[in-house]
Design a binder for this molecule. Sequence first.
Ligand code: HEC
Length: 252
Amino acid sequence: MAQTSLLRQLGFSARLGITLILLTLLGGLTVSGIYMKMHHENRDEQPGLTLNDIRGHYAGVITPSPLLNAIERGHPEEQSSEARKVLLDWLKSNRISEDYDSLDLGDLAPAEIIASDCLSCHSAQSTGDDAYPQLPLDYFDQVKKVANSSDIRPVDTKILAASTHTHAISLSVLSLAVGGLLLLTGWPRGLTNLLILLMGTGLALDIGGWWLARLNGAVVPIIVLGGVIFAASVALSLLLVIADLWRPGKIA
Ligand code: HEC
């Protein structure tokens, strides 16, 4: 059932003032959205804002070395176990660049093993059915790219605390204001109450998720879900309030 709109009983200047404030708020929220995308999107190597970027920020991401993975799964098949062990030890050490073509290791230097065991297939010039020139291992620069495991550390606790302190307070006050205005409109209570519930749920899931994700990375999609619910319900509420302020017709 439609409610009496208290907002529409306000004088013209108050309604205009509230409208301008809300439009500014909408603008601010749009810019925050764009800023958030720019801030997070380059964390992993894939273009655009991916779930992995957000996971990196809140939970950290470890991508194991593709080289280590391949060798651990027994690739290539024909390789002596001695050579395999040398490569494994090397990849697990912290001396990937130092030991790559270490003279002390002689024929057992990783560079030598790669030359004899891998380059038949993994050279930019390799041809043949088994060859895989897409992943050339001729030079250290090429090897290095797949040798290192990448480790994205989560955001520092102090920074997260600073961000929580500003966002938890400002966004909850913002939601209270928007929710309050919504209750003064003439929109049916079923709609206004649902939007208020969604704002609260979205905000709590989003900001609560920032912290829970540090304990368990599986929480990360909830941060995104909470953020989407929050942003959508706030934006829709703002539009409904503005529409109510200027709805033509007799004031009920
Ligand atoms: C007989 C040819 C051959 C030899 C020898 C060979 N590779 Fe490969 N390698 C391939 C092919 C083909 C692929 C792509 C298909 C696959 O992933 O199995 C590949 C894939 C890979 C990948 C990528 C796996 C991924 O996750 O995408 C890595 C890393 C790799 N090789 C490392 C090595 C290293 C290190 C050696 C030497 C110790 C080596 N390969 C020897 C043929 C070879």
